[in-house]
Write a protein that binds this ligand. Structure first.
Ligand SMILES: C[S@@+](CC[C@H](N)C(=O)[O-])C[C@H]1O[C@@H](n2cnc3c(N)ncnc32)[C@H](O)[C@@H]1O
Length: 927
């Protein structure tokens, strides 16, 4: 056996200690992934997306780290914590020379970073290593696996059957009896691969033509349909092939298409994402000036869509007025999200790491309110996405191990959390705003039950929106009106049943009526406290769920809430996974005080209506969100109240006397102070960068126009601003949020923010430049239209050489004009723009959407590219495709004749050389 470590390749014989471990690890990884039928970054993200929590996802990510290397796709896991370890990854088989070099660069770089504690300091690397260890342990965790113990390396195929699953969903009437077989048959087939072309990509049009003209036709030859754009996705940006990922990987004739998907995904031009997972953002109706929060965002495929939406019509060099907060409780998954969204190069994103159900209210402190010009005193959102953690059984087609794991407890166990997250989302939503609640589960307890309870709690202040006229080509089914709850083998039709069977974990909100069962009279009769949401039978009694059906089964309650407005997506309707979506519109502030399981006012009696006062938004504990003292740390207060509710859901939330409320607020305030002292341990601070000397130097060096918003738009993650290495740019909207956060006492735990725009060049040559800060690849597209200096237009020949050879000595530049221009530039960072030959040579060049430019370093004797090798390779390919498509000829350059040398011979400065390979390292932002 041959195994690649980060540096060397070692051979293990069967006698060697470790042979069996390594072989089991690889076998397990490969076997598992093959069964899943996916093997690349997209798969990792999708896996992570569908998993109920971090465990399955991280395990898969770790496993894929092993496997991915053999397919040269290690980016997601490489970028963070799940690094390749000695003896855990097979060496790539038969890579082409250029790819082998890329691979080796990556390995070398990773090893160096690990040894040095990372580029930006030790702490986050330590965290990354810890994450890796955690992940790695997952690989070995199944020690009791008898197959492993017996040394049996043969893995049985996944069993795609589960009797309990069938019984459960048949009983719930998830589909009509006559379609049961097609439903099940579809669930047992693997999911076709789907992806989106990123509409904000510079090469979007080129990619669309390539898909339409080239791949659609070639794939048609392979299958019945091959490849098609999804008719319901606006702009035809979403595509689905009839091939599963496994087929794409294994079928040689699909190789070119598969390579295309992998490469473009890695670069960020496309996103591999399951078709149904693309739907929730479409119903959010996001505009470019909206403030949006994605409450459970990792690994970020929907966040990416949201970012595309707000950036959609941006002019080059300008930013939308809106912004996205992407939040996830799991820091490792936040890292995945950061990596995923880095590909978007956006200054309008803040990544936070909170429990969504306790997401801070972020209220400005009272003493700032009058003096502030911010225009907002509290962080509220125009749009909220609650893509909540769920049991994930809608993803059976791509994660077949769920067949084995499935049980009703998975859904029952997350119902309360889902409800809390959704309620918090509504609290953070502006009046008039829209919230989408979604799960990749089919279970009504996670879906319709949560929606019903939201409606009951919110009364008239929230409406379930009928979106049947939106996206008409998308096939969807109405939500269920009736369902039962199953717990430990027993069917329960109402909360009364749950009490009867002593099921304290089964809460009233899981049932269609939401009715709380309480013992109220001495004679032993049980009476419900309220009759809400459930159908009132003609005789005036509620259908209370304890009526035996003629066949001896229980009759489920029937909801009279408008649950038909919810949307269910079932696999056999349009060959997808399953999904559930509900759209809410916030009409007014949420009810001030609510009883647990209170009435849905449209149906409730007038008494109850009177109790539901409209006023300032309150959280579910009745806390006034406009009261900064009381909600100074919403997390602390909510936590207490929510835990209280959950541990005994049937308990009514107490109405507090003003004194009690005050003392509670004081207590919360004390806790907040305590928290702030040690606030966000392990997370770098967000600091406005205000060093005028440096900023003026940067502005002058690059000739940045006055029109580019500069003041207070730069931040660092280092409180010692004299040693700043990276400077991030933030949009006006993000700036406002950061300022508000300061005025609110730094309630937001921000893990990543803004766009890396400048990086300090620490090499000898770098320091001798008049400006030690170079422009990062991510920041270049935004900055270039505002630059007037340090720009040179290269002829296609020289541009191509730069991409191919990464560094060229001045005498080796082919075009005299370009050589002269470069020689005249100041030593240091510069931008080389591709001159396609047909533009007038204005200086600086006119920048539009089609402009292709790269960051370079002008040294004393050479010009070096500061773009990663993979990006160079991709850019080269894209340029060729663009020229070919437009039937223009890209000047044929005979590289052998052009006297350029390998970069290793040309770049003399090791730091520069290193930076040119890694200038767009993606990391959680740090300094
Ligand atoms: C279904 S996934 C979200 C997928 C994501 N929206 C996407 O499209 O890529 C659910 C996410 O919720 C996160 N999560 C679980 N509990 C949470 C909580 N209490 N607060 C915030 N996030 C939570 C998990 O870490 C997981 O990343």
């Amino acid at each position: 056996m041959t195994v690649a470590s980060s540096f060397a390749t070692v051979s293990l014989s069967e006698e060697d200690e470790g042979f069996r471990k390594v072989s089991c690890c690889i076998q397990k990884a490969q076997n598992k992934i093959e069964k899943v039928g996916e093997e690349d970054e997209g798969a990792t993200l999708d896996e992570a997306h569908c998993s109920p929590g971090p465990h399955l996802a991280e395990e898969c990510a770790t496993l894929k780290d092993v496997h991915c290397l053999s397919h040269r796709m290690a980016k997601v896991t490489n970028a963070y914590d799940l690094q390749v370890r000695p003896n855990e990854g097979p060496i790539p088989a038969a890579l082409p020379r250029t790819k082998m070099r890329l691979f080796m660069h990556k390995q070398l770089r990773k090893q160096q970073q690990e040894e040095m504690g990372g580029r930006g300091g030790g702490r986050s690397k330590r965290t990354q290593r810890k994450h890796f260890r955690d992940g790695r342990e997952n690989v070995w965790k199944n020690k009791s696996d008898p197959q492993q113990e017996n040394g049996n390396d043969h893995w049985a195929p996944f069993v795609v059957d589960n009797a309990a699953f069938e019984e459960y969903y048949k009983e719930q009437g998830i589909v009509r009896p006559e379609e049961w077989d097609s439903f099940m048959a579809c669930l047992r087939t693997t999911l076709p691969a789907a992806f989106r072309v990123n509409s904000s990509s510079q090469f979007c049009t080129d990619l669309m033509s390539q898909l339409e003209d080239e791949f659609t036709k070639t794939l048609q030859a392979e299958g019945t349909e091959g490849l098609r754009s999804l008719p319901w996705y606006p702009g035809n940006f979403a595509w689905q092939s009839t091939f599963s990922r496994m087929q794409l990987r294994k079928n040689k004739s699909l190789g070119r298409f598969h390579e295309f998907l992998k490469q473009e995904n890695e670069i960020g031009n496309i996103t591999r994402q399951e078709a149904v997972s693309m739907i929730p953002p479409l119903f959010l109706d996001v505009h470019r000036d909206h403030f949006v929060i994605d409450m459970c965002a990792a690994p970020g495929s929907k966040t990416f869509q949201l970012l595309e939406m707000i950036h959609q019509e941006s002019e080059v060099g300008s930013l939308p007025g809106g912004m996205i907060v992407a939040n996830d409780v799991d820091v490792k998954r936040c890292n995945l999200l950061i990596h995923q969204t880095k590909r978007m190069s956006t200054a309008n994103l803040v990544v936070t790491n909170h429990e969504a159900q306790h997401f801070p209210g972020c209220h400005m402190k009272k003493d700032h309110v009058n003096g502030s010009e911010l225009g907002m005193t509290q962080l509220l959102f125009d749009r909220v996405l609650c893509d909540v953690p769920c049991s994930g059984d809608g993803t059976l087609r791509k994660a077949p191990d769920i067949w084995r794991k499935w049980g009703v407890g998975m859904a029952n166990g997350v119902h309360c959390l889902q409800l809390q997250i959704a309620m918090r989302g509504l609290t953070l939503l502006k009046t008039g705003g829209r919230m989408v609640y979604s799960t990749c589960s089919m279970n009504p307890v996670e879906n319709e039950a949560v929606v019903s309870e939201i409606l009951r709690r919110c009364g008239d202040s929230v409406e379930l929106v009928d979106v049947s006229s939106e996206l008409p080509q998308l096939i969807r089914r109405p939500g269920l009106k009736s369902w039962k709850v199953r717990d430990k083998g027993v069917w329960l039709a109402s909360h009364k049943d749950a009490c009867k069977h002593g099921r304290s974990g089964i809460v009233p909100s899981m049932f269609p009526s939401g009715q709380v069962h309480v013992e109220t009279s001495d004679d032993g009769n049980e009476k419900p406290t309220t009759i809400t949401g459930a159908e009132i039978l003609e005789d005036g009694n509620s259908n209370n769920g304890d009526v035996d059906a003629a066949d001896g089964g229980l009759v489920a309650e029937v909801s009279s809430l408008p649950l038909e407005r919810c949307m269910r997506f079932v696999p056999h309707d349009q060959n997808t996974g399953a999904f559930f979506i509900a759209v809410f519109h916030k009409i007014s502030h949420l009810p001030a005080l609510q009883t647990k399981s209170n009435k849905h006012s449209r149906e409730s009696n007038s008494d109850n209506d009177k109790k539901v006062k409209q006023g300032e938004d309150k959280d579910i504990n009745g806390m006034d969100l406009s009261d900064e003292e009381a909600t100074a740390d919403a997390g602390v207060i909510d936590k207490e109240s929510d835990e209280d509710e959950d541990s005994n859901p049937s308990k009514k939330v107490r109405v507090q006397s003003p004194n009690k409320a005050q003392s509670r607020a004081d207590k919360a305030n004390d806790k907040r102070k305590l928290q702030i002292q040690g606030r966000w341990y392990g997370v770098d601070p967000v600091v406005f960068f205000k060093d005028d000397a440096i900023l003026t130097r940067i502005k002058e060096f690059y000739g940045i126009k006055e029109s580019f918003p500069f003041s207070n738009h730069f931040i660092t993650r280092n409180s010692d601003t004299s040693h700043v290495k990276r400077i991030y740019y933030i949009s006006e909207s993000v700036k406002n949020v950061v300022e508000l956060n300061f005025l609110a006492g730094e309630q937001l735990k921000i893990t990543s923010i803004g766009l890396k725009m400048f990086e300090r060049q620490t090499s000898k040559e770098g320091v001798s430049s008049p400006c030690v800060f170079r422009i990062s690849s991510e920041g270049l597209p935004l900055l270039l239209p505002h630059m007037t200096k340090q720009i040179a237009c290269a002829s296609p020949v020289d541009f191509k050489h730069l991409l191919q050879y990464k560094s060229i000595k001045f005498p080796d530049l082919v075009d005299d004009g370009f050589r002269e221009k470069v020689s005249a530039l100041s030593l240091g960072c510069c931008v080389v723009v591709l001159n396609k030959g047909n533009e007038s040579s204005s200086d600086p060049p006119v920048v539009d959407k089609s402009t292709i430019a790269i960051g370079c370093w002008k040294g004393r004797s050479s010009l070096a590219v500061m773009v990663t090798p993979i990006d160079c390779e991709e850019l080269l390919e894209r340029i060729m495709v663009r020229f070919e498509t437009k039937k223009e000829s890209f000047p044929d350059v005979n590289c052998d004749n052009a006297q350029v040398k390998e970069d290793s011979e040309i770049v003399d400065d090791p730091q520069l050389k290193e930076d040119s390979k890694t200038s767009v390292d993606v990391e959680v932002n740090k300094d």
